[in-house]
Design a protein around this ligand. Structure first.
Ligand SMILES: CC(C)(COP(=O)(O)OP(=O)(O)OC[C@H]1O[C@@H](n2cnc3c(N)ncnc32)[C@H](O)[C@@H]1OP(=O)(O)O)[C@@H](O)C(=O)NCCC(=O)NCCS
Length: 67
């Protein structure tokens, strides 16, 4: 929804979910998150929160001939 961009809503939502996790899972020590490599906005948010690249995944999509 382009008209709602630019208000850091993505970061706010993620900060809120992290705060909820801290309450609900106080023993949590690490989190993994995923995003597309062609989504620089979400990558920037994750980097601001301290996430670092741990691995890269290649997903393949196709139309197998099911006969
Ligand atoms: C992730 C998302 C919510 C971040 O948007 P946001 O919270 O508005 O981001 P910011 O406020 O930090 O915006 C920073 C700048 O990037 C721009 N921007 C953010 N997302 C954008 C997008 N998908 N396409 C183009 N520009 C975008 C904003 O307009 C803003 O521009 P400005 O500096 O000229 O004002 C938004 O990109 C989005 O809804 N994406 C689609 C869903 C998605 O990617 N979900 C995550 C899947 S892992």
């Amino acid at each position: 929804m382009p008209e709602h961009r630019g208000h850091r809503l993505g970061l706010a939502l993620k900060v809120a979910t992290h705060a909820a996790l801290r309450e609900q899972a106080p023993g949590l020590r690490a989190l993994a998150t995923w995003n597309s490599h062609v989504n620089p906005w979400m990558i920037a948010i994750n980097e601001q929160l301290g996430y670092r690249v741990a691995f890269r995944e290649l997903g393949l999509q196709g139309r197998p001939d099911l006969g």
